[in-house]
Design a protein around this ligand. Structure first.
Ligand code: UD1
Ligand code: CA
Length: 457
């Protein structure tokens, strides 16, 4: 691996995407196109060089420090792009060249390609595929089985255009021989570009061994050029992710509507119900029921959790928590084991202790709540005074009656009881009953008059 370097071409604009975002930064299953390529390449190469150009700074920012960058100021062709990386290439060793827009390429495919390259002791090995519609691709021209050259669609003869074996744009080269071949490139072709593919013909002219590895499933070579191909790549990858999860013991009631990002982890015997979206770094334990109609982004979920018709972002849910229907858990929400969060409850930046119940219609923000507490329907934590957020502390086994406002900063002690309809502005000691509402006045016989007036109108 030490002398294996990858050059990833990502300088093009990708005009057909019709986007202000550079093509390689579009996402499939929660990761950018370039991110998928870099992940696959990471498994086989010790160093990755990304050739940037169009909106290069954006690409650099998104892809980060894990790779090296070289700039291609003008996009004069794939050969010209690799020439920009030349100063960073090792004197000897192996160079992978890939495009930044092939998200379905896997580390496994690259390993097969490398094995073919090593076995043939080749100067170059091309990853090829046989496709039903080869239009637009470079074709692999052979003579008696041996590769002669790669010809681009625009330069091909009618006969060559009938060839269904195409160049996927992924290759391995011997570093030294690639360097020499790059020096010979010219723009004498239909597009007036420096074609990387011409290096193949040059190596063959020098009697070097050029071999190929044919991808068994041509769809894995899919390059994304427009939104339709982006959706195709998404569908293929989603199917792979879901099949892998099912093979590992996850039940999916309707895999077609389970949208699960590439890095999500799910434990055995968990059931994913229809219309469930699991994104980012979400991890889910065993024997949970997730969905239907739910979205979890960057969440940590324990075992035996039930999460129905709800949304959670950057929240942590311990074992046996139940959420929903129709709850919203916002960042920094921590629910300890056995917590029950019911319908129309929003929780933000709060720690909720074991077996506490917040069963209906509540807002909880910036709170620390103990164990076995009960927040009644309509409990509102008034955490914001228009300028600052304040903390509310609720003790173990405290009971907050329905429609109470807890005006922060405030503390409700262990085992305290807040009467329904209270607006609490001062601390409530442990064990105390607190009433903070107007007293009720009953006026005998006065109802009839009011009701009469109403019907007279
Ligand atoms: C290239 C191959 C073709 C192959 C196809 C597979 C050449 C001449 N042709 O076609 O045989 O079938 O890929 O998709 O290589 N790029 C740069 N700088 C440039 C030009 C391109 O970085 O100056 C990058 C693009 O951003 C893209 C990749 O190289 O990621 C491929 O470019 P693209 O224009 O899509 O490929 P083609 O030239 O059409
Ligand atoms: Ca092109």
């Amino acid at each position: 691996m030490t002398n294996r370097v990858a050059v990833v071409l990502a300088a093009g604009e990708g005009k057909r995407m019709q986007s202000s975002l550079p093509k390689v930064l579009h996402s499939v299953c929660g990761k950018t196109l370039l991110g998928h390529v870099v992940s696959a390449v990471n498994a086989v190469c010790s160093q990755i060089i990304v050739v940037i150009g169009h909106k290069g700074d954006e690409v650099k920012k998104a892809c980060g420090e894990q790779v090296h960058y070289v700039r291609q100021a003008q996009q004069l062709g794939t050969g010209h792009a690799v020439q920009q990386a030349e100063p960073l290439l090792p004197a000897s060793g192996t160079v992978f060249v890939l495009c930044g827009d092939t998200p379905l390429l896997t580390a496994e495919t690259l390993q097969h390609l490398l094995a073919a390259h090593q076995e043939a002791q080749a100067a170059a090995t091309i990853l090829t595929a046989k496709v039903p519609e080869p239009f637009g691709y470079g074709r692999i021209v052979r003579d008696g089985g041996r590769v002669v050259k790669i010809v681009e669609e625009k330069d091909a003869t009618a006969e060559e255009r009938k060839i269904s074996e195409i160049n996927t744009g992924t290759y391995i080269f011997d570093a030294q021989l690639l360097r020499e071949a790059l020096g010979k490139l010219h723009t004498n072709n239909a597009q007036g570009e420096y074609y990387l593919t011409d290096c193949i013909e040059e190596l063959i002219r020098k009697d070097k061994v050029v071999t190929t590895y044919l991808l068994p499933d041509y769809r894995l070579a899919l390059g994304v050029n427009d939104r339709l191909q982006l959706a195709e790549a998404q569908a293929i990858m989603q199917k792979h992710i879901n099949e892998k999860l099912m093979a590992a013991g996850v039940t999916m009631i309707d895999p077609q509507t389970a949208y699960i990002d590439a890095d999500v982890k799910i434990g055995r015997d968990t059931v994913i119900m229809p219309n469930t979206v699991l994104r980012g770094a979400t991890q889910i334990g065993e024997q949970c029921i997730i969905g239907p109609n739910s979205e979890l982004i960057d969440c940590q979920v324990g075992n035996e959790v039930v999460f129905r018709h709800s949304v959670a972002v950057k929240a942590s849910l311990a074992d046996k928590v139940t959420v929903g229907p129709f709850a919203h858990l916002r960042p920094e929400t921590v629910l300890h084991s056995g917590v029950k969060v019911g319908d129309f409850v929003e929780i933000k930046k709060s720690d909720v202790g074991e077996n506490t119940k917040i069963a209906h219609l509540a807002y909880v923000g910036d709170a620390q709540i103990g164990r076995k507490a009960n927040l009644g329907a309509g409990t509102i934590i008034v955490n914001y005074d228009g300028r600052k957020k304040h903390l509310t502390i609720i003790g173990d086994e405290a009971f907050v009656g329905c429609s109470s406002n807890l005006v922060a900063p405030v503390t409700i002690g262990d085992g305290a009881f807040v009467a329904a309809g209270s607006t609490i502005t001062k601390d409530v000691p442990a064990g105390a009953l607190s009433l903070a509402r107007a007293y009720q006045v009953n006026k005998e016989g006065r109802a009839a008059r009011l009701l009469k007036k109403k019907t007279d109108e």
